[in-house]
Design a protein around this ligand. Structure first.
Ligand code: 5GP
Ligand code: ZN
Length: 118
């Protein structure tokens, strides 16, 4: 169920909200007031992170005008997060799956950052 926690929208049943609330383990590599970046549990690349807003947003299809800065921040911080993983110069991909037909299985907005290929 969705609720507001310290002014932030959260969903108790959501896997990523549980990781953000530290009720569930994840290997976090970056965190600030707006986003968290942690390692994907089933990586598709040598480096595979998920950049996730702390606000529960179901998908790109559910963005509200007030989410503009949050989405911008996810992308603005990606180079720094890539640098933390030493893939900023070798190269990385940024990807968002939108809805089931495109492979979205976790319905809390997230940006995949993959890299580290030889
Ligand atoms: P989607 O397919 O929704 O775009 O991406 C969801 C991602 O979450 C998948 O790449 C999947 O491997 C990852 N994932 C699923 N469950 C967990 C989990 O419990 N912990 C972490 N760190 N990643 C997960
Ligand atoms: Zn959530």
């Amino acid at each position: 169920m969705q609720k507001s926690l310290r002014g932030r929208v959260v969903d108790d049943d959501c896997l990523f909200c549980q990781i953000i609330a530290k009720k569930r383990d994840a290997e976090t590599v970056y965190e600030d007031e707006t986003i968290v970046a942690f390692k994907d549990r089933y990586p598709h690349a040598p480096v595979h992170l998920l950049i996730v807003p702390k606000k529960h947003i179901r998908s790109i299809n559910d963005l509200a005008p007030e989410d503009k800065d949050t989405v911008a921040w996810m992308f603005m911080k990606a180079p720094e997060i890539a640098r933390l993983m030493s893939v900023d110069r070798s190269g990385y991909k940024l990807l968002i799956n939108v809805e089931r037909g495109a492979g979205q299985v976790v319905f809390h907005l997230h940006l995949h950052l993959t890299g580290g290929w030889r």
